[in-house]
Design a protein around this ligand. Structure first.
Ligand code: GUN
Length: 286
């Protein structure tokens, strides 16, 4: 039987509907959740992601602004801007779109954003809290993946979850969140030998490879839940994931499509984190 398709767009819209109500209640209390996004340079993919974030905030009633800085911006100028926003009371969430130009140290930038406003969940303090299982800002893509698994009733506890990819944004944190939910977690990456030995024993397979259609039916276990984090642009301009959807869907029990899978959930969880920041619910208050 072909897999159930996990509809990230529909789930995201349902969650955003609840958030819209919550935002209007906050506004009645005089709090307008406010996200500021900084984009440095003019990478077209980054611009498109930032536009998506701006649209989603507007739909939910969250205030947002986008600060565009030229690629010639120095690291010191960017850090100064972040420091200003850290002290700006009306701004609850700060997101610096990555990647940054080579002359700017991303880690320094991440560590300059106040952990209370770190709606990406990338600050070492928030990563540490996530690892400890404390309530904190969770990185948006991993958070969205966990929401999808919960919403579709996919059991995590006791299952073997295999994560392909070890980025700080997706691979490492999604493995940690699955571990927090009592999965047995295996990390695979570009240096892993005999990858298929691991992927074919995965009850939950998270593909965050960044290469189009590299995971096919022969790599997966019958009845597995497949989460495809890849967003690869093809020559004809269309998007495809890391998973060959057609063949994998014949063998999996659940599978996310690309587009309309993980992508819309990432933005949804950014909205959720911004609301959390506005409510002063970071671990330390504000
Ligand atoms: N670039 C790609 N994904 C992300 C993300 O989740 N947050 C930020 N800030 N930049 C990104």
């Amino acid at each position: 039987m072909p897999a159930t398709v996990i509809d990230g767009k529909e789930l995201g819209q349902t969650l955003r509907g609840d958030m819209t109500k919550e935002v209007s209640q906050l506004k009645e209390q005089g709090i307008t959740p406010h996200l500021t996004v900084i984009i440095v340079g003019d990478d077209p993919a980054s611009k498109s992601y930032v536009n998506g974030k701006k649209k989603a905030t507007a739909q939910t009633g969250i205030a947002s602004d986008v600060i565009e800085m030229p690629s010639s911006t120095s690291e010191a100028e960017l850090l100064e801007k972040i420091n200003d926003l850290n002290h700006e009371e009306s701004v609850h969430g700060i997101l610096v779109q990555l990647p940054l130009p080579d002359h700017i140290n991303e880690q320094t930038v991440i560590e300059t954003i106040s952990p209370h406003k770190d709606v990406d969940g990338f600050h070492p303090i928030n990563i540490g809290n996530m690892m400890a299982g404390n309530d904190t800002f969770l990185p948006c893509t991993p958070y969205g993946i966990i929401k999808m698994l919960h919403s579709y009733g996919i059991q995590i506890k006791g299952k073997h979850a295999v994560v392909i990819g070890r980025s700080n944004i997706v691979g490492k944190p999604v493995g940690q969140l699955l571990l927090n939910e009592h999965a047995t977690v295996t990390y695979c990456h570009s240096r892993t030998h005999n990858l298929t030995d691991f992927t074919t024993s995965a009850d939950i397979l998270i593909a965050a490879v960044g290469k189009p259609n590299v995971i096919r039916a022969e790599h997966i276990k019958q009845g597995a839940a497949i989460i495809d984090v890849g967003i690869n642009r093809q020559d004809d301009g269309s998007l495809t994931g890391d998973v060959d959807f057609a063949s994998a869907a014949e063998k999996a029990s659940y599978i996310t499509p690309v587009p309309k899978g993980v992508g819309p959930m990432t933005i949804t969880m950014l909205l959720q984190n911004t609301i959390k920041a506005a409510k002063g619910l970071s671990r330390f208050g504000r």
